[in-house]
Write a protein that binds this ligand. Structure first.
Ligand code: PGA
Length: 251
């Protein structure tokens, strides 16, 4: 019922030329992919060029962040309207790297979600605990707090229009993937949170994807879990062959 989603988060990698090269290879390999919904999230500078290349393709474009205002004197910021104009359909919000290095909070993520939705973008909202919190045994509490903070508006329509990415901070870029069981437990918690708020229908419809050192070798085990609907892939999305294998995890 929920279509699997594999999104590549390129982070601060790839010049325009390198982005074009990678996307050309992805288009060649994945042109007939129907089962998995595919998203690539290049840096802002490459969005326009990649957006043009993806016109009419099954691969969709996403950005890695946005601001909540539409336009104005906000030096360095990029608005949802600009992302839409560049061809984006998705935007990653609340990534732990933005929370850690750029002062992102649940409150600002909430504002960005509203602004992105107003432009018709699908937010991929990231939540996840640090190693310290996991070891303290407060993972569930942290995830709930992030979800409550990001979705403070308590609007069912908002949640239905979003994808949630569970990304344990200790698994990002470390080569240390959460076990399928660890990931599945938090995914179940996120779905329970959605059910408590908006009922079974909303919980069943919500796509919850996993992120954190996903590779072509680990994706199968992750996707075998019931409540895991896809992956947000960092490092392994920078190489065409490995990203294609992840997209086609079911073969
Ligand atoms: P990683 O990054 O796959 O390199 O761990 C995932 C992410 O941060 O989205």
């Amino acid at each position: 019922m929920r279509r699997p989603l594999i999104a590549g988060n390129w982070k601060m990698h790839k010049t325009v030329g390198e982005a074009i090269e990678l996307v050309a290879a992805l288009k060649r390999e994945l042109y007939d992919e129907r089962k998995t919904e595919i998203v690539v999230c290049p840096p802002f500078t490459a969005l326009g060029a990649v957006g043009e290349m993806l016109e009419g393709s099954v691969i969709r474009l996403g950005a890695q962040d946005c601001y909540w205002e539409t336009e104005g004197a906000y030096t360095g910021a990029v608005s949802p309207r600009m992302l839409r104009d560049a061809g984006c359909a998705f935007v990653i919000l609340g990534h732990s790297e933005r929370r850690r290095s750029f002062g992102e909070t649940n409150e600002t993520v909430g504002r960005k979600i509203a602004a992105a939705l107003a432009e018709g973008l699908t937010p991929i909202v990231c939540v996840g605990e640090t190693l310290e919190k996991r070891e303290q045994g407060v993972t569930d509490e942290i995830i709930r707090k992030q979800l409550d903070g990001c979705f403070a508006a308590r609007d069912e329509g908002v949640l239905r229009a979003c994808v949630i990415a569970y990304e344990p901070v200790w698994a990002i870029g470390t080569g240390r993937t959460a076990t399928s069981a660890q990931a599945a437990a938090v995914h179940a918690l996120i779905r329970m949170w959605a059910r408590e708020r908006h009922g079974q229908g909303a919980a069943d419809a919500l796509r919850v994807i996993y992120g954190g050192s996903v590779t072509a070798d680990t994706i199968k085990g992750i996707m075998r879990e019931d409540g895991i609907d896809g992956a947000l892939v960092g490092g392994a999305s920078l190489d065409a062959a490995s990203f294609c294998r992840i997209v086609r995890y079911y073969t």
